[in-house]
Design a protein around this ligand. Structure first.
Ligand code: 0RA
Length: 670
């Protein structure tokens, strides 16, 4: 992480403060504390961007601090309030952020240090002052840096203290507001800085509501109150002005609420939690199976680490899948079904499953571009060990359910094998029968396993892509310019549109009701457009098409965006490609650290890359990155209205949205 500016580490020692003296000060004691300028300069490096998602990360960061107090047993109540002016406050009844002198900077209150210093080392050396931090573990000071107003109230030792900040800088000193008897804990009230997030950025009540409720499910001991100004609830009929969340049943409640009246295979949710923390952490889980339509779309595994969602999954999810698969296999062995069960995979077992798993561990580590996948190996062991015995019990105590579940998994495995065989045959004959569009450069593999269709904008990029591809597994379909906007066209017009027809024939699937995922001729569909405004528009048109006419393809996680690089960076013989500004900065600080000028070239389009460059940066599975297109299951309303806004008939809505978000496309500072 950036450490552009280091404060005098020994500042705190003037005046003979306690703490290690300079003679015994070894490197491992040194924590690098720095001001907040780097956060304002490169918000993306701390909160992953400056878009709507990043904005809501600010809320996650603050509520996570309060949740930490609850998880540690110091707080039992949290209150969240969004007011009419867009100020958000989060209050807890925990210990209160310490307000006395900070051990390292005795002239400053700990509160001020916590709010104004970036703790980049990842750890405060004084354990008592350690907070686990939110999604990126960046700490509440990052929220402070990115707020044009932030006020902290601390009620501690029967006294109320207040301090205000703007853009991360104190506005005046910490004030003692006098005696307070009916309150203790911390309240953080803030407003995101429009200079960072844009003039129209604003918290959205449905998103905040959903995030707040999820926290209450994850920490059964906590009660969370929700309050929202009516001005913020227009067009959101489902969101109340006030609510109280308290779910003593934890994840089991969460899951039964999620499943609603859906039929399930087993009569009871399989849920449990590990006993008190054994030192390695603790875990809670809930799993059930639904046969409804038994499409892949009905399956979900949602996981959390220290109450923070981990949409990328990770070791805790793997542990859960392993425990359930092994448990069911052992059950099959005992009941003489071992042979039939032999080809069952975890995917078969988890087919149609709705599963939640939440772990609490001391030093979580995350992987992936957005750091949303848990990578601690001990989490896999923790979960597998905790879940395995209770699952064996669950199966043994309800043999009827166990039998049904085992048969379900075996049927899914049998079907999968049968489908693959049928698909191989069908694909071979279909390729002969179907009149594939002439401009499709199909791949040669006879089944769809590991194959990809690249939808490319324009013939010239299509040409490079054809040269760059792996002929066996990668097919290229060049499209002429912008495809029809399906959101504002009639069905008749859509059916007569040549490009859309080509697309549907190449994919091998029917549209709308006729869609069948099993007909899809490729394992993945990849949209590959230029990294510019036009490219984004074409991608948006295509995604709209898939969302409206083949939603099953998106739900199955088979639609992707290619991530062509924006920059080529050269220093001597070192060459790297950066997919965005944040990545470029990261490379500057991690790879191009040596002497010599770093040349940075900006790609204007895919066509500017030669086939070899296109291959290594964007197409080769070994070196490229893809972004999977997903529909946020907790945010269907937003997705629906966003698609309508962006692609519907009302062009003024679209214009407004693009005006609001255009800065993220335009403001490249090179
Ligand atoms: C550092 C140390 C202690 C508590 C906290 C931070 C703390 C931070 C936040 C942020 C929101 N709510 C919070 N509540 C507590 C421990 C203080 C002690 O030992 O008394």
């Amino acid at each position: 992480m950036a450490s552009t500016k280091k404060k005098d580490l020994f500042e705190g020692k003037k005046g003979g403060a306690k703490g290690p003296d300079s003679a015994s000060y070894s490197a491992k004691d040194i924590e690098v504390l720095e001001g907040l300028e780097p956060v304002r300069l490169r918000p993306g490096m701390y909160i992953g961007g400056t878009d709507d998602r990043a904005l809501h990360h600010l809320f996650a960061e603050v509520i996570d601090n309060s949740m930490d107090e609850a998880v540690a047993g110091h707080a039992s109540r949290i209150e969240v309030e969004l007011d009419a002016e867009g100020f958000l406050s989060i209050m807890d009844n925990g210990r209160g952020i310490p307000i006395g002198p900070h051990p390292k900077y005795p002239k400053k209150s700990a509160l001020e240090v916590i709010m104004t210093e970036l703790h980049s080392g990842g750890k405060f050396s004084n354990k008592a002052y350690e907070t686990s931090g939110g999604l990126h573990g960046v700490g509440v000071s990052v929220v402070n840096a990115l707020s044009d107003f932030l006020e902290v109230e601390v009620a501690r030792d029967k006294e109320l203290h207040k301090m205000q900040f703007s853009q991360g800088k104190p506005v005046g000193k910490i004030k003692n507001m006098g005696a307070i008897n009916n309150r203790r804990g911390t309240k953080v009230r803030f407003h995101p800085d429009p200079e960072i997030f844009g003039p129209k950025a604003a918290f959205r009540a449905p998103k905040l509501f959903q995030m707040t409720r999820a926290k209450a499910y994850l920490q059964p001991g906590v009660e969370i109150r929700w309050k929202c100004a009516p001005e913020k609830l227009k067009n959101t009929p489902d969101i109340p002005e006030t609510a109280t969340f308290h779910f003593p049943g934890g994840l089991a409640d969460y899951l039964s609420n999620e499943m609603g009246p859906k039929a399930t295979i087993v009569s009871e949710i399989f849920a449990g939690r590990s006993k008190k923390d054994s030192g390695h952490g603790r875990v809670e889980w809930a799993v059930t199976w639904s046969p409804a339509g038994y499409g892949e779309a009905d399956s979900f595994v949602r996981s959390y680490c220290n109450t923070v969602p981990t949409p990328g999954g990770g070791t805790h999810e793997a542990g859960l899948r392993a425990a359930i698969t092994k448990g069911l296999r052992a059950y099959a062995d005992i009941t003489g079904m071992g042979k039939k069960f032999s080809h069952v995979t975890p995917d078969d077992v988890m087919f149609g499953a709705g599963a939640l798993v939440s772990v609490f561990i001391k030093s979580p580590e995350f992987q992936g571009q957005t750091k949303d996948r848990l990578s601690n190996n001990e989490a896999a062991r923790l979960v597998e060990n905790a879940v395995r015995d209770p699952f064996d019990h669950y199966l043994a105590s309800s043999p009827k359910d166990a039998q049904k579940l085992m048969e379900w998994a075996i049927e899914r495995a049998d079907e999968r094998v049968k489908r693959r065989k049928a698909r191989d045959v069908r694909r071979k004959s279909a390729t002969k029968k179907l009149r594939l569009p002439g401009k499709l450069a199909d791949c040669s593999r006879k089944n769809s396993e590991d194959t990809e269709l690249f939808i490319v904008e324009g013939d010239s990029a299509g040409g490079s892509a054809k040269q760059a591809r792996n002929r066996e597994t990668q097919a290229i379909l060049p499209l002429k310019g912008k495809i029809l906007n399906v959101e504002s066209a009639t069905m008749d017009k859509i059916q007569r549109n040549a490009e859309i027809n080509d697309l549907s024939v190449a994919l091998g699937v029917g549209l709308g009701k006729k869609f069948d995922l099993d007909d899809l001729r490729y394992e993945r569909v990849v949209i590959m457009t230029d990294a510019d405004v036009d490219g984004a528009h074409i991608a948006a048109l295509l995604i709209t098409f898939f969302y409206r006419y083949t939603p099953g393809l998106i739900e199955a996680g088979r639609l992707y965006m290619a991530m062509p690089p924006l920059y080529k960076m050269t220093q001597g013989s070192k060459i790297e490609y950066a997919i965005d500004d944040a990545h470029r900065e990261e490379l500057m600080q991690t790879v191009f650290t040596g002497k010599g000028k770093v040349e940075i070239g900006r790609f204007k389009g895919l066509g500017e890359m030669n086939p070899a460059q296109l291959k290594v940066t964007t197409m080769d599975p070994k070196t490229r990155q893809l972004a999977r297109i997903t529909i946020d299951p907790d945010d269907l309303l937003t997705t629906e209205s966003l698609v309508e806004t962006l692609m519907g008939k009302k062009s003024e809505l679209r214009y407004e949205y693009i005006q609001e978000h255009a800065q993220f496309v335009d403001d490249v500072d090179v």
